[in-house]
Design a protein around this ligand. Sequence first.
Ligand code: HEM
Length: 254
Amino acid sequence: MDEKDAQQTTDTTVISTSPTLPAKKKFDPAGWPFFIKFSIGSLVFYAVEVAYQYYILTTQDVATSIVRGSALAGTTLIAAALFSSAVFRWVPQWAQYWHIRRYLGVAGALAITAHVLGVSYYYLGFDYTSLFFTLNPVENPMLFGVIGFIIIFAMLLTSNDKAMRMLGRNWKRLHKFVYGAFAAIILHFTLIRADTAMNAPRVLLYVMTALAVFGQLYWFFKTVYRKRFRSVGTVVGFAIIISFLILLWAGLNR
Ligand code: HEM
């Protein structure tokens, strides 16, 4: 179930209220109080990730702290958004809380925008010629990041009700690109890693990524089996999985 389906389910849900009992305060992720709390929570998470790089993992290096802190915070949030999609399908009565997935995705995309701006400013000095020193992504995993960023940014711009109405059925088509984008992002951060040191932000990212991948694969194979392997989605899904494995193998053995 995606954001659009979940929204329709919510719109038609009838909440029964008893006139005799005092109204119980309802958890409402669509309201402003939740939005404000979520925004503060995401900012704190982002600040902790950058501060962890600055005070604990580097010798107070601003550039690396911003670039890596933003990358790790953003990717963890995007993985959490993807995992929430699977959770909403496992527990359909939670699908009414689909706003949480949108907020996680938007917060993640904003942090990734900071990552890309950080790389552009600190590493490249806004000179993008070195970014494209070769167009072979196995040799140059930053290209996987470029592909991921184009898709994530398009999703960020269209993650609002107005864009959803304007794009109609194309909205769903566009947002399905997230699966390909996530595969590119995993290749990007697996192959680009400057060092192999394990630390708390990386462990958190890998755990969240593993959960997101497990959830996506679970529902992909369940849907494929239900449709008896006869749908365009099946072909695209298998193409993504096989390309991902080949590129990962080539990248790790380069
Ligand atoms: C224009 C696009 C992008 C460029 C040029 C780029 C560039 C880079 C660079 C240079 C690094 C290494 C940083 C370092 O070790 O100091 C890096 C790491 C990373 N990037 Fe990107 N990136 C891009 C897009 C993305 C996107 C879209 C995502 C995820 C949604 C992402 C997630 C990450 C992650 C998780 C790391 C690894 C951090 C670590 O483990 O230390 N990047 N990127």
